[in-house]
Design a protein around this ligand. Sequence first.
Ligand SMILES: [Zn+2]
Length: 79
Amino acid sequence: MRIFDKEQKLIKIICNQCGTSEDVDGGLMKKEFVSVEKEWGYFSDKDTQIHRFDLCEACYDRLVAGFCYPVELERRLEL
Ligand SMILES: [Zn+2]
């Protein structure tokens, strides 16, 4: 969940699963979150709905641990 100030500037991200939060200070965060946005369509039961949520890394790890198939992993080489 994302919290914005009056100027629509992102100021905080809260994990929808566990509630842990991180203040966004000048665009910098010390924790990372997974952000999901899904616009549901005609063939779903949620047609016209847009769902958004954020998960902290620990909740992401718990979610993907339950997958039948592991996430696809690629390592990015950084300079
Ligand atoms: Zn969490």
